[in-house]
Design a protein around this ligand. Structure first.
Ligand code: UD1
Ligand code: CA
Length: 460
């Protein structure tokens, strides 16, 4: 968007959230609330962007430290939205053009709405334009006041409104486009003579009208996008809208979601075509799922790559791992951070894997702990195998080379290496390296005591 700068308001305390986390950092589908207006500004190519921070400023700055071209300005103390814009005027001193003002707590604004506002603003040569919406329940919002001929004459805040004014259903969405020269000439004229003793940004509207300048309102047909988040109930409600949109766009791109209302996919997740997602699946963070993947019920996958054709069976938890093609994980498997699973591997029920490289075609079907291990191609891990990787102080690695067979109930005391094609007898405790091709056994011979020799039968 040409010749347009932006001010993003994120300095407020967010008192109604009742939280120690700044309001604009509360996550919505895996992204902090403030990331949504920032994404919108990026899509619209609006630059520069001044973000007003105050309450929790350091945390907000840190969270968005990598955001290119974002200028932070500190508002301390926070004396209202008008005061916030006074602060932002500093960094925008040299800018001439239109200034878009958005709130950090209104995350659903669409780019079409901002484009519509710009068009209206330019066409009417307005000093200030804003977005309004008709709400069933306008409580809490600033109300738009119009004269007999329908022109906007001002905005009255909910807390300052008379009973009659409270009946007005047209509300201020908190999205404004202001001529930079008008803003600079008037922003410092705001007063805090109102119910909240705050400098109200919407008072600029009345000021422009009094000066005989043009003020325009773009009334949007669906009020949904104007929803501001002031408490956690509104947060949950907006998040459910965002979630439905994410799922819908995935479905339109070829992903099958059995029950969208019971599927939780972050805005940061990518999924390939013909992948099928069952109910109660949570896909979190920087997760990428390939094509033709099957994800069964009750699965949680975070910061993970899953290759094409793989299956994640019910009740599995996967975190910070890289899973190759045609791998099967679960049911009831747990992949903790740092695993790489190569093509065709199978990790079965009640198997926990951590910081481990699983080679192609490795099978670990049942009840095992594989931690800090390098397991090469074609290895078979019997039920109940444990890599004993920790001596209470240090962690050690276990290496199991190509084609080795680990019998059930084996304990591998790391550091230890099992050679290529080696065979470990079930129930062994392996404390020393096993050479290639060797059979390792470390159990005591069985004794069968019968008749009088059996001490348990004594006295009978
Ligand atoms: C504001 C508008 C109201 C509008 C509504 C739309 C004012 C006075 N009222 O009310 O007309 O209907 O938005 O959602 O503007 N902020 C600061 N510094 C401050 C105070 C607030 O940066 O000193 C930021 C907040 O972090 C927030 C935004 O400004 O992102 C809006 O503030 P908030 O207190 O939520 O205003 P509302 O009561 O929702
Ligand atoms: Ca608000």
């Amino acid at each position: 968007m040409k010749n347009t700068a932006a001010i993003l308001l994120a300095g407020g305390k967010g008192t109604r959230m009742k939280s120690s986390l700044p309001k604009v950092l509360h996550p919505i589908c895996g992204m902090p609330m403030l990331a949504y207006p920032l994404r919108l500004l990026k899509t619209l190519k609006i630059d520069p962007v001044v973000c007003i921070v105050g309450h929790g400023a350091d945390m907000i700055r840190e969270t968005f430290a990598d955001e290119k071209g974002l200028i932070f300005a500190l508002q301390e103390p926070q004396l209202g939205t008008g005061h916030a814009v006074m602060i932002a005027a500093g960094p925008l001193k040299g800018f001439k053009g239109d200034i878009l003002i958005l709130s950090g707590d209104v995350p659903l604004v669409r780019k079409e709405t901002v484009k519509g506002l710009k068009k209206l603003h330019q066409k009417s040569k307005a000093a200030i334009s804003l977005v309004s919406a008709l709400l069933e329940d306008p409580s809490g919002y600033g109300r738009i006041k119009r004269n007999e001929s329908g022109a906007v004459v001002g905005i009255v805040e909910d807390k300052d409104a008379t009973t009659e004014e409270r009946l007005i259903r047209e509300v201020n969405c908190g999205i404004y486009l202001v001529d930079s020269e008008f803003l600079k000439a008037n922003i410092n004229k705001l007063t805090n003579d109102n119910a909240q003793e705050e400098y109200y940004l919407p008072d600029l509207i009345g000021m422009a009208v009094e000066e005989g300048l043009t003020v325009k309102a773009l009334t949007i047909p669906t009020a949904g996008e104007a929803r501001g988040i002031n408490n956690r109930a509104e947060l949950a409600s907006v998040a459910s809208t965002v979630r439905a949109e994410i799922n819908r766009s995935l479905m339109l791109s070829g992903v099958s979601i059995i029950d969208s209302a019971a599927t939780y996919i972050d805005a940061t997740v990518k999924i390939g075509r013909d992948t099928v997602i069952s109910p109660n699946v949570h896909l979190i963070g920087e997760t990428t799922i390939g094509t033709g993947v099957t994800i069964e019920e009750n699965v949680r996958i975070k910061n993970t790559y899953i290759g094409a054709g793989s299956t994640v069976k019910c009740n599995s938890v996967i975190e910070d791992s890289k899973v190759g093609k045609n791998v099967t994980v679960g049911p009831f498997a747990r992949l903790r951070p740092g695993n790489v699973l190569k093509e065709g591997a199978r990790i079965g029920n009640f198997v926990e894997v951590k910081n481990t490289n699983i080679g192609p075609g490795v099978k670990a079907g049942h009840l095992s702990y594989l931690g800090d291990a390098d397991i090469k191609s074609g290895v078979n891990i019997g039920a109940g195998t444990i890599t004993c990787n920790y001596d209470g102080k240090n962690k050690f690695r276990t290496v199991i080379k190509e084609g080795a067979f680990i019998g059930s109930a084996t304990q591998l005391i790391a550091p230890v290496t099992v050679g290529k094609g080696a065979y470990i007898g079930s129930g062994s405790t392996i404390t020393e390296d096993v050479p290639d091709g060797a059979l390792a056994l470390s159990r005591t011979e069985q004794k069968n005591l019968t008749g009088k020799k059996n001490p348990l039968k004594k006295g009978k």
